[in-house]
Design a protein around this ligand. Structure first.
Ligand code: ATP
Ligand code: MG
Length: 168
């Protein structure tokens, strides 16, 4: 089954991480691939990288991407993340494959949308989760489960920045 967690509210990556914990608790094999993130200091990564049965691959840089004008390396890293996702899904080695922020990579045109569709159409027994804002209409149509996190309120609006242990 293919899940999409999208929308402008907080909780997309967190929901995927929750599913990872559930799968690991049931001795499932998990792969987490992250677009546009290069930081093993995130709390979730520090924790998960110590667990058995999970492989984690991050692609991107530690710099913010300008969606209007991404750097050459941002395209290269997105392509590498895609290649990894394709290889991982085709390997049939995992029960759960989470591809974090792929929807944003597509929306910002770091990756052609056809590549996401290709991943969705691969024959696989793995549960596949794709996260990130701005999931396209076509991706939503192809998925089996789509959840939209809708912002009703977010403390960012009153100036609260990302906090260790809560946002990362
Ligand atoms: P989380 O990782 O906390 O589950 P997310 O994956 O839903 O959040 P992203 O769209 O990936 O959110 O956002 C990246 C960062 O912005 C995260 O630190 C996230 O907590 C924060 N964030 C999420 N939603 C909002 C919002 N509506 N306003 C401001 N910041 C947000
Ligand atoms: Mg996220």
């Amino acid at each position: 089954m293919i899940h999409i967690y999208t929308g402008n509210g907080k909780g997309k990556t967190t929901a995927a991480l929750g599913l990872i914990i559930r799968a690991l608790g049931n001795q499932k094999r998990v792969c987490l691939i992250q677009f546009m993130k290069k930081n093993f200091a995130y709390g979730e990564i520090k924790f998960l990288s110590q667990q058995r049965n999970i492989d984690i691959f991050q692609f991107g840089t530690d710099k913010l991407i300008d969606p209007e004008n991404p750097a050459k390396i941002d395209f290269e890293e997105a392509e590498k993340a895609y290649q990894k996702a394709e290889q991982v899904i085709k390997s049939n080695k995992y029960d759960l494959v989470v591809i974090d922020e792929i929807n944003v990579a597509i929306a910002w045109k770091l990756l052609p949308k056809e590549k996401q569709f290709y991943l969705m159409e691969l024959k696989s027994d793995a549960e596949i989760v794709m996260t990130g804002r701005y999931a396209s209409k076509e991706a939503i149509e192809k998925a089996d489960l789509v959840t939209e996190m809708r912002e009703i309120k977010h403390y960012f609006q009153k100036g609260v920045q990302a906090r260790k242990g809560i946002e990362f």
